[in-house]
Design a protein around this ligand. Sequence first.
Ligand code: AMP
Ligand code: MG
Length: 410
Amino acid sequence: MPSFRDARSIILDNVKPLAEMTVPLADALGRIASRDLFAPWDLPFCDNSAMDGYAVRAADCKTLPATLSVVGFLPAGDEQAQPPLKSGCAVRIMTGAPIPPGCNAVVPIEETETAGDQVLIKRRVQPRQHLRLRGADVPSGARYLAAGTRLRPAEIGMLAAMGQALVPVHRKARVAILSTGDELVELGDSPASGKVINSNALSLAAAVRETGAEPVLIGIARDDRDSHRQKIAEGFDYDALITSAGVSTGDRDLVREILAELGASELFWKVDIKPGGPTAFATWHERPIFALPGNPVSTMVTFELLVKPALLRMMGQRQVIRPFLRGIMAEDAHKQTGKVNFIRVTLKKRHGRYLAFCAGDQHTGVLSTMTRCDALAALPSEASFIAAGSEVDLLLLRDVDLVAEERELG
Ligand code: AMP
Ligand code: MG
């Protein structure tokens, strides 16, 4: 039985980035750049002022206060070629305006006093102070964006500054989500006795969307072979297929049997984790198929551990494995040996360290513990008892920094 790390490696070895396309920059947030991009020009484009103040020659300001004649005004956006700045002179300048030739410093307005058409410089002036020199941010020809980078607002701004109106990215993965089980009713129907609302489809769709991929709900396969055949075959039309439930050893667990019948190759079944032990992974004509267990928490945890890195890889992201954060168990924990247990924990921060507390009932059907938790704590396979105070690996499930700070114990 593979460890979850080995299982993840097998999966990552069997997926590859999807085709390239271009998108308008305004729609590129969250997409993954498919190429290295190089600066077509210097950023900034020309030497300019970083402050509102006076453009001066630093050598004119050696004895303080220095008195200079104000010979001009340079607003931002001015395109006129400026005459060279003569010794003993200063030009009033706005932030972003190109500096005149001969100027090698800008004195902020706060460090000056005006007297008629003269300006008094009251503080020491260093050559190059408050200048933004041509190419100092990014020189022309330099790589400013690496292939495989997720585009955040900062990258969007950089791309705009480089004039990149269309951005090369990888295609979004279209991911089919198939639920299985006779007990399932769709969202909108009321849950009668013995019935369960198909919540996995919605939680999986949300999780898929969070990766930047596009979920497509293809419905429910009922617990008979024909229904499984038809629905699984429908799922083969997408870039990836995620199924939930029907993957254990029950009489009506048909997913693996039908996958095999339809020609999919299974690369593993069962992983050394709890929840999520019975997860299977297969490919069909190079398309990945993730057969996840049906208990809602197992479905979400296995998505996080095994499916998410694969979807990110398919969309071209370079860094797909989220590293664990080190924390401390705040309470004793008991478990059976033989599987890595991912337990749902809440976090508090004390003296800069994360303390993990059991978030509640750890049964894999219990959704409320999942909504309450901040992270999964990975309890090692061989351990049967983890004492309070032990170090533990944490996989964050929310941007916990703020939450945990609010709960800071002091
Ligand atoms: P199974 O693997 O088919 O035995 O399902 C395991 C458990 O997961 C059962 O309690 C199911 O009711 C539950 N379950 C299966 N599919 C879903 C689903 N789509 N949404 C919510 N719960 C589900
Ligand atoms: Mg079932």
